[in-house]
Design a protein around this ligand. Sequence first.
Ligand SMILES: Cc1ncc(COP(=O)(O)O)c(C=O)c1O
Length: 399
Amino acid sequence: MLAARTTRISSSPTMKGLIAAERLRASGADVVDLSAGEPDFPTPAHVKDAAHAAITGNFTRYTANAGSSEVKQAIIARYRADYGVEYDEAEVIVCAGGKQALLNAALTVFGPGDEVITHRPGWPTLVEQIKLADATPVIVQTRAEDGFALHASAFIDAITPRTKAIVINSPANPTGALITEAEMARIADVAAAQGLWVILDLCYERLIYDPVAHNLPKVLGERMRDRTILTGSASKAYAMTGWRCGWLLATREVVAACNAIQSHSTSNVCSITQKAVVAALGGSQQCVTEMLDEYRRRRDLIWGLVTHDPRLVCAKPAGAFYLFVDISALLSPDGLRTSADFCNALLEDQHVVLTAGEAFDAPGFFRLSYAASTERLVEAARRLHAFIADIDAGKYTTR
Ligand SMILES: Cc1ncc(COP(=O)(O)O)c(C=O)c1O
């Protein structure tokens, strides 16, 4: 009999699709995989050079559990430059990805009997981590009709006497939506008055397409710094998913607790990765701009190609690198009934991998990652429309 917590959480629902894609690839099929939640670019050369230098210089031992002073200073300097907020070294911990930063936060703040509010469609890990920390997720639904906007009133209405924290992801995966500074401020004012925590997942913070105001760290810092937890990551901004580096900024008390938890689980982030991240955060940010420019070109291209059929409904995302497309007009009780059916049939018949909305608690949608070459995106769109032509021709109709 396994521990009860294993029955509370579910593993990633995208796994089935990935296994099917692997099977097709092994049989020689030309699979177009637009399911990945990661940049397709190589890690920038100066970042890799720093890692090589770390190995050559034998920077290969344990570091301080919360990260070297050098990498913490690089994170502090980045947040000062980008947001004008001040943190000191005791207020920063370096983690194995934003994912571990968020788990540290969950284990530090949430407990049995607590309710934690977050939003959907959303990245499933946020909800599963709330459950792992023995708390109860309370979900705010955002809507395609208004671009999946995060409205403060929906979060405030969800507060009960048991609410402990609010977890917000902006830019959001899978919708690409941003919360505005004004909405964040309204949430922060109420959270501050009621002593709630706000945990802000900024994993895609460097991937915002238009020059919109998104200084959420400052908005929170001015209203409730003592109960704000910021998490960020090198993964998406610097094409470093495999290096595993993220971070958490909060009060000394929170960071000390996260440090204790991490010291008994994974310890410090790989020393070589830390040196690479110093180069990423501290070096020229031109690489980030170039990747963002390329994602913008791809977004505009694939958005135009996909929404050419008006039954594929999708707003242009403001951030991250996903289209989140409403396909309910193509589903029917006597044909492809769910978005999971749609994605499975698309994979089997056209060898295109998309992620069904079910993975984000949003049936009736698919997520398409445009972190892929122009050539692959054009090919995916061609196959998608061929697939829809087959739907229209009755190929999937059962009666
Ligand atoms: C919304 C969101 N937050 C955090 C993460 C964590 O990424 P990492 O652990 O690679 O930093 C991801 C990764 O997909 C994500 O989509």
